[in-house]
Design a protein around this ligand. Structure first.
Ligand SMILES: NC(=O)c1ccc[n+]([C@@H]2O[C@H](COP(=O)([O-])OP(=O)(O)OC[C@H]3O[C@@H](n4cnc5c(N)ncnc54)[C@H](O)[C@@H]3O)[C@@H](O)[C@H]2O)c1
Length: 269
């Protein structure tokens, strides 16, 4: 489908994975609309790309995402690829993470994806031409982690919403394809400020370990994005550029549940 794709809309495009996707899309000749709530970083990101329009957008704002869709359909007449990619991290003990951080996690990581679906799918159905929606979850959307419950919960939700969306569109024989993107560690800004409230030493240790792991084993956004576009070219639903970060964990989780074993977490042991 991507061989006929000529344009893409990407949220969270000013940094990390979104910026990598934007650069790779530009390299492949796609026209772009890039959205992010950080208008300055977005302007800087867009400036380096040949045919990219920056549309500062907070994905938690339904009206703003509607406006983003209007701009995209007006400019392109159709949208070939939509990446619902914006996401934020929150770390700490579940009961200590500030309510505002919990709310923001739900609003960005789940609400942002829903807003993308609500604004773009009806317009895509009306256009009635091939298109693809790629929702960014995480390998963490398959395995809950302690000390980042808002992240785990919201990424589980993205996995679930994306599967529902895929089957619903199939039920209508719509020409809209769906992909679930599950990144493993990718070097980005997501762990720059994952705290809220007082930082418990266990949380600091956990974040330090994750930052170290991403620094050591993380992919850079550009090769990561190239793998994503290769998967889109193949028409994959499951886009898992780092299967080594997902498959062993899935197997262990499956075993834990079928054997009714106690949840545990080995990362820091
Ligand atoms: N980096 C990783 O290791 C990793 C792993 C798994 C999943 N992910 C997911 O990848 C996606 C991108 O994250 P990243 O790692 O590139 O992080 P990042 O922090 O580098 O980039 C996220 C971008 O989203 C933007 N954003 C945040 N809230 C927004 C909002 N309300 N509206 C619009 N834009 C908003 C930020 O300004 C930022 O530019 C996220 O959904 C994240 O959960 C990342």
């Amino acid at each position: 489908m991507i061989s006929t794709a000529s344009n893409a809309v990407i949220t969270g495009a000013a940094s990390g994975i979104g910026l990598g996707l934007a650069r790779e899309a530009a390299r492949r000749g796609l026209r772009l609309i890039l959205a992010d709530r950080d208008a300055d970083a977005l302007a800087a990101a867009t400036a380096g790309l040949p045919d990219a329009l920056a549309v500062p957008t907070d994905v938690t704002d339904r009206a703003a995402v509607d406006r983003l869709a209007d701009i995209a359909f007006e400019r392109f007449g159709r949208v070939d690829l939509l990446f619902n990619n914006a996401g934020i991290m929150a770390t700490g003990f579940s009961w200590e993470i500030e309510p505002s951080r919990w709310d923001a996690s739900l609003a960005v990581n789940v609400g942002g994806v829903l807003n993308g679906i609500r604004s773009f799918v009806p317009r895509m159905l009306k256009a009635n031409v091939p298109a693809r929606i790629v929702n960014t979850a995480s390998v963490g959307g398959f395995n809950p982690s302690p000390l980042m419950a808002p992240y785990s919960a919201t990424k589980f939700a993205v996995v679930s919403i994306t599967e529902s969306l895929k089957v619903e569109l199939d039920m209508l024989d719509a020409p809209i394809s769906v992909s679930l993107l599950a990144p493993g560690p990718v070097r980005s800004a997501i762990f720059d400020d994952p705290f809220s409230g007082e930082i418990h030493p266990a949380t600091q240790k956990f974040v330090d370990a994750l930052r170290g792991m991403i620094g050591q084993y993380g992919m850079d956004p550009e090769p990561f994005a190239a793998a994503v576009f290769d998967a889109i070219e193949r028409g994959d639903y499951w886009i898992v550029p780092q299967p080594e970060a997902l498959d062993p964990m899935l197997e262990q989780r499956h075993k834990m549940i079928t054997e009714r074993a106690q949840p545990r977490f080995d990362f820091l042991s």
